[in-house]
Design a protein around this ligand. Structure first.
Ligand code: BES
Ligand code: MN
Ligand code: ZN
Length: 502
């Protein structure tokens, strides 16, 4: 995690390798928007930058040699685009501009940031974006390669709020949030030969210890306990792999919490599809099929580190979906924890099977609300693309998740669960099938299936299939590979819950 401090100084005097300032688009070209920057330097950049083709567009990051009156040797212009109608920039615009600049400065040790922070909320966004952008995954690079890709390690941020207590609190919160997002990304980026269910369970314990999440209790059910406990979804999906499944519970329970939230995460450490084997072309990306479980783990860690006054229990549904000799077959019938039977019509619809066990387990434990998060369906990607996640479930929970996502700066969009899709559950031999014969509305049908296992408990379902893993170019604070999507939304949901309870 990069070291981050606030400063009220003139940014030109800061000792750093690079100085980042904001640019924006105006009716007559480009303007510099940066806290505490001397007027003559602003004029100098505003004259020079357009001649170099700099436009101030969102996502634009340009590096220039800094002039002699700037202590840093590199000047970085990070675009904020056009101002909103009221003259401000949205917090997400600021978060991304900070993140993009810091991300592009990979390999640079120290950075001074002078972006506009008109309010403490803006400052919080810039801090968060900068830390989120200071990430790279180098665990499996050797020699010089790792050093060249080292993220920025020291950030000094210029703001008029440098001495405010609320600003300092925002910095502390952002450090916890960024550590959670980075931890999630690390798990997703860990190659699937290294991250299998038992390794994930160990990683959960390590994360709690290393990040100092106190008072969090971990329980791990191994394959024998899963079989004797009737967790037929996890057992069935996991049985085709030589590396058996796990159900990990991580419970954070502050003494006076008035509400109890369950978070259930899909943790398929690799999804080959099983006997209903996936085509080879995109299969490697299924190393990210545990993104939901990773987000759940790190959200619980963050909730504990922030001392939120809500009890949160995470359920990590961990299995590897492989087509081994003992793999489940299309046509098999499995019994989910609690007794409902499912006919496996497609072994590639495995996520909903492990999630069914996790949801039943969460409901048994008694919670006021259950949220689940999963890279559940390809249909999610078809419907909403690579940057917008779907949120489904009970209407009021769904809308609360959407509101939390908006606060957090993550893109989620509400999706319906049409009554008529229930017909697709019909099986000739069991209580239901896991995959409908009609592919239409696949994201919605998966939610309809999960609903069968939550009963009356208020429930929300987050399908992050597309946004969890970025196979395209990096943008804003989002790197290539694991993105950590969901953590900030889940955390904002919990924070809102704590606020309402207070
Ligand atoms: N893990 C996949 C969903 C997925 C697809 C995640 C693309 C990320 C990117 C899931 O287990 C799956 O295979 N779903 C099937 C379900 C179908 C067989 C009903 C799908 O969406 O094709
Ligand atoms: Mn699958
Ligand atoms: Zn899957």
């Amino acid at each position: 995690m990069a070291d981050l401090t606030l400063s009220g100084k003139n940014p030109t005097a800061l000792k750093a390798d690079a100085l980042v300032v904001g640019t924006c688009k105006t009716s007559d070209g480009l303007a510099v928007v940066a806290d505490q920057l001397p007027a003559d330097l602003v004029r100098q950049i505003e004259t020079l930058a357009p001649q170099l083709g700099v436009t101030g567009a969102r996502g634009e990051v340009r590096k220039l040699p800094a002039s002699a009156d700037v202590k840093a040797s590199v000047l970085v212009l990070s675009g904020l685009g056009e101002r909103e109608a009221d003259g401000t920039f949205t917090t997400e615009t600021l978060r991304r501009a900070a993140g993009a600049a810091v991300r592009e400065l990979v390999g640079t040790a120290s950075v001074a940031l002078a972006l506009p922070t008109a309010t403490e909320e803006d400052l919080a966004a810039v801090v968060e974006g900068a830390l989120l952008g200071a990430y790279s995954y180098t665990a499996y690079r050797t020699g010089d390669a790792a050093a060249k890709q080292a993220p920025v390690s020291s950030i000094e941020l210029v703001t008029p709020f440098a001495r405010s207590a609320r600003a300092k609190a925002a910095v502390e919160r952002a450090k916890v949030v960024a550590a959670a997002v980075h931890g999630t990304r690390d798990l997703i980026n860990t190659p699937p030969n290294h991250l299998f269910p038992a390794a994930f369970a160990d990683a959960a314990k390590t994360a709690l210890k290393e990040l100092g999440a106190k008072g969090v209790k971990v329980t791990v059910l191994d394959e024998k306990q899963l079989a004797s406990g009737g967790y037929g979804g996890l057992v069935g999906v996991g049985q085709g792999s030589s590396r058996p499944p796990r159900l990990v519970k991580i419970a954070y329970a502050p003494a006076k919490a008035s509400s109890r939230v369950a978070l259930v995460g899909k943790g398929i450490t690799f999804d080959t599809g099983g006997i209903s084997l996936k085509p080879p072309a995109g299969m490697h990306a299924m190393t990210s099929d545990m993104s939901g479980a990773a987000a759940v783990l790190h959200t619980v860690v963050a909730a504990a580190r922030l001392g939120l006054n809500v009890a949160v229990t995470g359920y990590l549904c961990l299995a590897e979906n492989m087509p081994g000799g003992n793999a489940q077959r299309p046509g098999d019938v499995v019994t989910i924890r609690g007794g409902k039977t499912v006919e496996i019509t497609n072994t590639d619809a495995e996520g909903r099977l492990v999630m069914a066990d996790g949801l039943v387990s969460a409901v048994e434990d008694g919670h006021d609300v259950v949220l689940d998060i999963a890279t559940l369906t390809g249909a999610q990607v078809v419907a909403l693309g690579h940057r917008v996640s779907g949120v489904l479930g009970d209407e009021h929970v769904r809308d609360a998740v959407k509101a939390a996502a908006d606060v957090a700066g993550e893109s989620f969009w509400p999706m319906p669960m049409p009554e008529e899709l229930k017909a697709g559950l019909k099986s000739n031999v069991a209580d239901m099938v896991n995959s409908a014969s009609d592919r239409a509305g696949g994201m919605l049908f998966a939610a309809v299936f999960l609903k069968e296992f939550v009963g009356e408990t208020p429930w929300g379902h987050l399908d992050i299939a597309g946004p969890a893993f970025n196979e395209k170019a990096a943008y804003g604070y989002t790197p290539v590979g694991g993105t950590g999507v969901g953590v900030r939304t889940l955390l904002a949901f919990l924070e809102e819950r704590a606020r309402l309870d207070a």
